[in-house]
Write a protein that binds this ligand. Structure first.
Ligand code: OAD
Length: 234
């Protein structure tokens, strides 16, 4: 990492009145949770787009739940890493459903894609938390007899308007937006960074690889979340 750029950013971050952090799967990679589009991201050769849809769930709820059950077990064993800890005092807008920001001490986490620890009945719509890493029966059922589904947003589904509104407000109110570990290809979440920039935020990308966003941001730092974030924020 370029030391001059690091020092400039450290100064900017120290003096900023408001910092917001937009995260994707990459921030949890160093906690041992594979990203969706990187190595180890496929489960039984399925791409996420083949499993994370209402159609896949309607056709084969057991297989979709087996994938979530695998991920719940992985996440339950994982610990927040130095990246999650370094940003814990800021407002977080995350595409992740793993809850690791909260476990790192973050108090203000806007989960635009929901939470893997929530379940919702497809029949009566009741939503509850269920933090057991592995569920005794797949697919699980609600007390009303309906099928329970993971409380996450799937491809082809709309985001909660209330949550989206909060996410837009948070990124647009920030003086600096740190964009960490997202390929920025899944919409509408991918539009949050350009929106923040239009509102006048300085946008800083932290990612070991170039992304769809790299050309649009003010600073692009090539490195991993757990290495770069503590350096910028300590
Ligand atoms: P992706 O898997 O698409 O992208 C992960 C990004 O993290 C890539 O750009 C990697 O280069 C980067 N990365 C990998 N290791 C990293 C590290 N140690 N530190 C920092 N960055 C690292 O994940 P998302 O962009 O989060 O949606 O994917 C967006 C959405 O697609 C997810 O929320 C999920 C998925 O399908 C739904 O389930 C609706």
């Amino acid at each position: 990492m370029n030391p001059d750029k690091t020092e400039t950013l450290r100064k900017l971050l120290r003096s900023a009145r408001s910092v917001c952090v937009l995260t994707g799967a990459g921030i949890s990679a160093e906690s041992g949770i594979p990203t969706f589009r990187g190595p180890g991201g496929l489960w039984r050769d399925f791409r996420p787009e083949e499993l994370a849809t209402p159609q896949a769930f309607a056709k084969d709820p057991k297989t979709v739940w087996e994938w979530y059950d695998w991920r719940r077990q992985l996440i339950a064993k994982a610990e927040p890493n130095a990246g999650h800890l370094a940003v814990a005092k800021f407002t977080i807008v995350t595409q992740n459903v793993d809850g690791l920001h909260q476990r790192a001490g973050s108090r203000n986490v806007i989960e635009v894609h929901g939470s893997i620890w929530k379940v919702r009945c497809v029949q009566c719509n009741a939503e509850t938390m269920d933090e057991r890493p592995s569920l005794p029966e797949l697919p699980p059922r609600c007390e009303c007899g309906g099928l329970l589904r993971p409380g996450v947003v799937w491809f082809g589904e709309g985001l909660s308007m209330r949550v989206w509104d909060n996410a837009e407000k948070a990124v647009c109110a920030s003086e600096i937006l740190l964009v960490v570990g997202t390929s920025a290809v899944v919409h509408p979440a991918a539009s949050l960074a350009p929106m923040a920039k239009l509102s006048g935020a300085t946008v800083v990308e932290i990612n070991p690889d170039e992304t769809a966003l790299s050309d649009e941001v003010d600073y692009s730092i090539r490195g991993t979340a757990a290495q770069v974030l503590p350096l910028l924020l300590e």
